[in-house]
Write a new protein. Sequence first.
Length: 308
Amino acid sequence: MKVVVGILGFILLVVSSHAELALGDPAPTLSVKEWIKGGPVDITAGRGEKIYIVEFWAISWPPSVEAIPRLTELQKKYKDRGVVVMGLTSEAPSLVKLFVQKNGAKMDYAVGIDERDSAYKTYMEPFDQDGIPHAFIIDKESRLVWHGHPLGSLDKAIEELLSGKFNLEGAKNYDRIGKLQKKYIETVNAAVTRGQAAELGATIIDELGKDAAGLNSFAWRILTDHRIEYRDAVLALKAARQAYELGGSKDPAIVDTYARALFESGEKQAAIQQQKAAIGLAKDEGQRIEFESTLKKYQRLLKEGNRL
C-alpha cells in the first residue's frame, strides 16, 4: 500500500515485523484467551479449505446484538462449504458465557474472548475502523480479503468467494478510496490544508466513477460526519448529484442525501422538492417518518432564512 492513501496504524504480523495491513495481505494470527462456544478456531489450519469470518462485537452495544441472527444464518447456510464464523469480544468471560447460553441456537457460531482488544486493534485500527459490529473475511489462501458491516454485503462476498467470482482488486480499490476519505477528513478542517482536501475530494469522486452508492456515502460523510468542521457544500453536491444522475433518483436514501446537499448549497426550494420525492420513495414507515421530519426542518429553516 502506497503512502498516498494515508498513514495507517502499524501492527505486529506473524513474521514479527511491523507493516501496514491491507486487503490481500496474509491475515494476522488471532490470540484468543478463551473460547465460550464452538472453539478453538485456528485460522492457520484451514488453508486451502476454510473461509473464516472474524466479527468484532459487544453485548453492551445493541447493533452488535442485532447482527447475531444474520451471522447464525450465514454459519448454517455455508457450514458445509467450509465457512467458519466467529464473534470476538473483550467483555468479561462470565458475562459472555451467560449471554451465549441464554441465546442458545440463536447464536450458533464460535464465540471467543479477545483479551485487552488485542485482535480488535490488530484488525480494526489499520483500516480506521472503530465501530462495531464489524466483520473481516479470510479466504482459503489465508488472505484478508474483505471487511465491512455484517449486515451489509458480507453474504454477497462469501458467495463470490465460493464461486470464484470475488474481485479482490476491486475490493482493494474500494478500501483504498476509503483511506483517501480518511485523509480528506484529516485535511479539510485546517485552512492551510483545505486546498489539498479539495483535490482529494475531486480525486475520490473521479475514482468512484459510476458507483452511486459510494458517491452517496461520500456526500453524506461530507455533510454529516462529526469530525468535519468545514463542510464543502459544493463538493458534497457534486458527489450527490452524480449519484442521483446514475440512477439514484429511484433510491430514497440517495434522494435524501441529494436534497440535503442542495439545501446546504443554498438551493432550498429544490431541496424541499427532492425531500418530498424521497418521502414518496421511502421503503418503510420508519424511513418515511425520518424523511418527513427532515422536510419540516427544511421548510422551517427556509421560512426563518437560516441554514442547517
